[in-house]
Ligand binder design. Structure first.
Ligand code: NAI
Length: 314
């Protein structure tokens, strides 16, 4: 039995509180999806502690606006913008090839949620392709840069929604089963945890640690694929407490990502799942909101997903 990692931080902690007192100068970080929602505050906290931060974004103009804002609020001029579309393998490869020198922190933050049925040109289901495959290709493409940093950290932004589905290896891309937006999202978020498990195992000799996390419930653009009606239903559920989780600010939502990416309390720790700035407890039957599902930490599933991902991208 390994000891569960706990920290002095909580659901109420902000990203700024987590980096308070840390000096990240000389460290280089990438935040995918860094021009929206949780990504902005993750990037801002890293920059405020002195790191060089690259916002890896689909839309360069939005990225530039965010970078200017972060530079203004932190005084750190080393905030850069580079184009990355996780559903376009050529874009991911170009980004990784264009990266020069060591990479100390990679925050796989970008994501889409509960989209209608959509596929990439290769026929891959869009949420799995964006949330998992794109980040898998990115991280493996940047592996040498991560190894060169010595003690690099990767944060894999997952979700408590992972509790709704394992990776369904027999039909990952919904070719046989009927498409269901939340099952597809859940599967991709379980994949984000399994990635952390297997990457930490494979890359231990390079000193790279990878952990997954649930940021909390935060109102961001993530809801854009959900109908007004369903958004209303979700908001009502949150308002009466049915959702079981309090709504966080974006600054609080970025805290667990930043903890996983920087905290000395997690030195050498990999392959684990955090929520509210602490390692999650095992999920208990009947609790659909908190804890980690056993299937998401299963080393065999993690290894299998790695191989499937390599085969898919080959
Ligand atoms: P958001 O919608 O504000 O930000 C997501 C970012 O991902 C956007 O910048 C978007 O452009 C980018 N993105 C989407 N597809 C992309 C692609 N193909 N290539 C490159 N970038 C792409 O949402 P939010 O809430 O900030 O989400 C950040 C992460 O947190 C996501 O991984 C999400 O699944 C996770 N999360 C969020 C929760 C919430 O309550 N907001 C709860 C649990 C997890």
């Amino acid at each position: 039995m390994t000891t569960r990692i706990t920290t002095p931080f909580s659901a109420a902690s902000t990203a700024a509180e987590v980096v308070d007192g840390l000096d990240l100068s000389g460290r280089r970080a990438i935040v995918t999806g860094g021009a929206s929602g949780i990504g902005i505050e993750t990037a801002r906290a890293l920059a405020s502690a002195g790191a060089e931060v690259t916002l890896a974004v689909r839309q360069l103009d939005a990225g530039e606006r965010t970078a200017e804002d972060i530079i203004e609020t932190t005084g750190n001029k080393q905030v850069l913008v580079a184009r990355l579309d996780l559903t376009d393998q050529a874009s991911v490869a170009a980004f990784a090839e264009g990266w020069d020198g060591p990479l100390h922190i990679l925050v796989n933050n970008a994501g889409v949620m509960a989209t209608p049925e959509m596929r990439t040109p290769e026929g891959w289901e869009m949420q799995f392709a964006t949330n998992h495959l794109g980040h898998f290709a990115l991280a493996t493409g940047l592996r040498h840069a991560l190894a060169a940093a010595g003690g690099a950290r990767v944060a894999s932004v997952s979700s408590s929604v992972h509790l709704r589905s394992p990776v369904v290896f027999d039909d990952i891309h919904f070719r046989e089963r009927a498409y269901e937006p939340w099952s597809a999202y859940a599967q991709s978020k379980t994949a984000n945890v399994l990635f952390a498990v297997e990457a930490s195992r494979r890359w231990a000799d390079d000193g790279i640690t990878v952990n997954a996390l649930m940021p909390g419930v935060i109102h961001t653009n993530l809801l854009r694929h959900i109908s007004e009606e369903e958004q209303e239903r979700l908001r009502a559920a949150v308002a009466v407490g049915d959702a079981g989780l309090p709504v966080k600010t974006v600054e609080q939502g970025a805290a667990t990502s930043v903890l996983v990416a920087t905290s000395p309390l997690l030195a050498g720790v990999g392959g684990r799942y955090f929520e509210d700035c602490n390692e999650a407890e095992p999920n208990q039957p009947g609790n659909s909101r908190q804890g980690i599902a056993a299937y998401a930490l299963d080393p065999e599933a993690a290894e299998r997903l790695w191989q499937v991902s390599l085969d898919t991208l080959a």
